[in-house]
Design a protein around this ligand. Structure first.
Ligand code: ATP
Length: 337
């Protein structure tokens, strides 16, 4: 008898519901019995429960331990704080894992195979901001030995498990000598326990240039929260855009899987969003649940569909709709399995 799973589903804002519908088609195609329990946060949390992060939502995620989530809108320079950040902090989802790889036919760079390992709980995302005098504000960057060591260990363990060869810390310790210096110190310390994995370091501005000129030199990237956020989008651009990059937020007790992109309000409701990122995110979740055969089928199906060049959503230069892309991938998964 196949194992069954209870998973919390936050469809999210903007394109969230559209892409999650396609993700569910792919779940069906795998035949893995997953029951989704809907939960609401952010804008829909306010609409339904008058709360951006209702207790019901947090309890549901804790009960089922694993959740998959569409994007949540965060108001810019006003309004409520990021619920993505709040969820990561409240549930101690300390590792944000984002595999970025090239796909033939869509990626500008052919040999990208990078895993971004972003610290998820501190740095400038601690949200400690205040005005110290009119026209003067401070935003505090918090880096701790505990959190830096925890993410470095996770990165090296991940590298070992996935037979990766190199971990590169990305930093700006020439300027932020104390904070980024501490982050590097922790990474160096952890690296000594993994003699089989090469450890290197690169200053973040140089890393951005090197990523664009020669991305295939990189393997696992280890970054603080802000650099991780920015470099994730840069790497997405290397392989064909935000519509192609999945992600997972992993903690000791809980995990929330979500793609790198945001709620894309400019295309929401038009049926043109690319569902591949959330479908690959499902693939990551299946791997986490140790449903490896189904996980690999999902990843292979996406690669096959992209390679065949028959289906392209507008972000990939085509005219196919969200549901046409979802249907094609679901059919391919069935074929593989
Ligand atoms: P956030 O602040 O929530 O991370 P963002 O500023 O990174 O959001 P996104 O919502 O990710 O912005 O969108 C950036 C651009 O990428 C937009 O033009 C959007 O339409 C496009 N985009 C994002 N995701 C997708 C997708 N799945 N399919 C097609 N286009 C997408």
């Amino acid at each position: 008898m196949a194992k069954s799973y209870s998973i919390t589903l936050i469809e999210g804002d903007g394109i969230g519901p559209e892409i999650c519908a396609e993700m569910k088609k792919v779940v069906k195609a795998t035949g893995i019995p997953i029951q989704f329990f809907p939960a609401f946060t952010g804008q829909t949390g306010i609409e339904k429960f008058n709360d951006t992060l209702p207790d019901q939502t947090l309890s549901l995620i804790k009960k089922h331990r694993v959740a998959i989530k569409g994007p949540l809108m965060t108001p810019i320079a006003k309004g409520f704080g990021s619920i993505n950040v709040l969820l990561r902090k409240k549930l101690e989802l300390f590792a944000n894992v984002r595999p970025v790889r090239s796909y033939p036919g869509v990626s500008k760079y052919p040999n990208v195979d990078i895993v971004i390992m972003r610290e998820n709980t501190e740095d400038l995302y601690s949200g400690i901001e205040h005005e110290i005098a009119p026209g003067v504000v401070e935003s505090i960057k918090v880096i701790t030995r505990d959190a830096s060591t925890r993410i470095a260990k996770y990165a090296f363990e991940y590298a070992k498990r996935h037979k990766r060869k190199k971990v590169t810390s990305i930093h700006k310790a020439n300027i932020m000598k104390l904070s980024d210096g501490l982050f590097l110190d922790c990474a160096r310390g952890v690296s000594k326990s993994y003699p089989g994995i090469e450890y290197t370091e690169m200053i973040v501005d140089n890393a951005c240039m090197q990523l664009v000129t020669n991305p295939s030199q990189f393997d696992v990237l280890l970054l603080e929260n802000l650099y991780g956020d920015i470099v994730s989008d840069l790497c997405a651009g290397l392989v064909g855009g935000l519509g192609l990059v999945p992600g997972g937020n992993i903690g000791k007790k809980y995990a929330i899987f979500e793609s790198v992109h945001g709620s894309a309000p400019d295309i929401a409701g038009k049926g043109v969003a690319n569902p591949i990122a959330i479908i690959l995110t499902l693939g990551m979740m299946l791997e986490f649940l140790e449903e490896n055969k189904a996980s690999q089928a999902v990843q292979q199906a996406v690669a096959n569909i992209l390679k065949a060049k028959k289906f392209r959503t507008p972000d990939l230069g085509g005219k196919h709709s969200t549901s046409e892309m979802g249907d094609a991938i679901a059919a391919e998964v069935k074929k593989i399995l």
